[in-house]
Write a protein that binds this ligand. Structure first.
Ligand SMILES: Cc1ncc(COP(=O)(O)O)c(C=O)c1O
Length: 389
């Protein structure tokens, strides 16, 4: 069966160039980067080259990159590495669970957490962040690009608020990397999390940018890897693949591939809205990453639509991958004011570098067909008068 994958915010396929870069590090170049012999030196050189490539993507020093197992670890290291009982954290209700649940745990161990609200487009007002600052505020953690809606927060302004108050600023940039340029100096953040598998690298590798001079308490105790910030033998093939993916991501802003994805996404979104009634785009009009669109198909059950599309060869999602299958409506969509029913009727389409015009044509053929069929079964759907035969 012909299959099209439009769920790249859940995970994106490893590009063939990335896989080829990794291949030797599973086979003859298998060394431990901490060993002093030939194989060890070869591994060390590869890890350091990858570190340089990731640093170039963020415009930081290679020494400010700490390799992790992915976004969840980076977020946890940023939060638990800085915040202690009695400290106050400012965050938002549209964070990924890696930050939301870390904050819940921090609250249980005696930290104070403030959730600043978001508006109807899921954006945080930096002035609300400023107003939430208290004498014991240690950290502001606000997501850069949301995984469900693709909405970009005004991280530059939030960075200014943090700097003026002399508070640490962490941003989860897992869904921003490769989609919008990231310059940690322009943002003014102290910590920033990335993961390779959302940018066409392998699963299980990621990084935390830690601004020079930021003292982090490590989460793991062991060897002195990653300048004692993250103990454990480096994931050599994963890190090499991440480095290659970072290089490709940086070039993507110059070779037209980001614009190509943006135009495919725009065409998909525009055609869905023009073709079907009672359909709208969540966070339309807000600044968004170019690969994501989140659409409400009123009077439908999102999960039913995901299954129906999957059976016909199209992979999409109702939101965060980890909550697929859950009946709970998305916390992101309800935080921006959607009713639970409309949140449940929302579908995320997220594109990647592998997607083509043919993929979008295929999706645009299937979606109206599936929506029309499911709505015929819906007890709440009423065809608009103009569309009735
Ligand atoms: C915004 C965001 N942060 C963090 C994560 C977690 O990243 P990882 O899967 O690498 O642990 C994800 C993954 O869905 C994400 O979308």
């Amino acid at each position: 069966m012909h299959r099209v994958y439009l769920d790249n915010n859940a995970t994106s396929p490893t590009l063939p160039e990335v896989f080829e870069a990794m291949r030797p590090y599973f086979l003859d170049k298998f060394g431990n980067a901490s060993s002093i012999h030939q194989q060890g030196q070869q591994a060390r050189a590869a890890v350091e080259q990858a570190r340089e490539r990731v640093a170039e993507l963020l415009n930081c020093r290679p020494a400010e990159i700490v390799f992790t197992s992915g976004g969840t670890e980076g977020d946890n290291l940023a939060l638990f590495g800085l915040v202690k009982p009695g400290d106050h954290i400012i965050t938002s209700p549209v964070e990924h669970h890696a930050v939301l649940n870390a904050c819940k745990r921090l609250e249980q161990i005696g930290c104070e957490v403030t959730n600043v609200p978001v508006d109807g487009r899921a954006q945080v007002d930096p002035e609300d962040v400023r107003r939430a600052i208290r004498p014991n505020t240690k950290l502001i953690s606000i997501i850069f690009a949301n995984n469900e809606t693709g909405v970009l927060q005004n991280v530059k302004e939030i960075g200014k608020v943090a700097a003026e108050a002399d508070v640490y600023f962490h941003t989860d940039a897992v869904q921003a990397a490769g989609k919008v340029p990231i310059d940690v100096k322009v943002i003014g953040c102290d910590l920033l999390s990335l993961t390779a598998h959302k940018m066409h690298g392998p699963q299980g590798a990621g990084a935390l940018y830690v601004r020079k001079g930021t003292l982090l308490q490590p989460m793991f105790y062991g060897g002195r890897h990653e300048r004692s910030r993250r103990a454990g033998t480096e994931n050599l093939p994963g890190i090499v693949g991440f480095g290659k993916a970072a290089e490709i991501a940086r070039l993507g802003f110059m070779d037209g591939s980001v614009e190509r994805i943006a135009s495919l996404r725009d065409n998909l979104e525009k055609t869905i809205v023009e073709t079907l009634d009672q359909v709208s785009v969540n966070s339309a009009g807000a600044p968004r990453v170019p690969n994501t669109t989140n659409v409400v198909f009123d009077c439908l059950e999102g999960e039913a639509m995901v299954i129906a599309l999957d059976l016909k060869g199209l992979s999409v999602s109702t939101g965060a991958a980890c909550s697929s299958g859950a009946i709970e409506p998305s916390h992101v969509l309800t935080a921006m004011g959607l009713s639970p029913d409309r949140a449940r009727a929302s579908i995320r389409f997220s594109l990647g570098k592998q997607n083509t015009e043919d993929d979008i044509r295929f999706a645009l053929q299937l979606i109206p067909e599936v929506v029309t069929r499911l709505r015929e079964l819906s007890p709440v759907y009423k065809k608009p008068v103009s569309a009735r035969a």
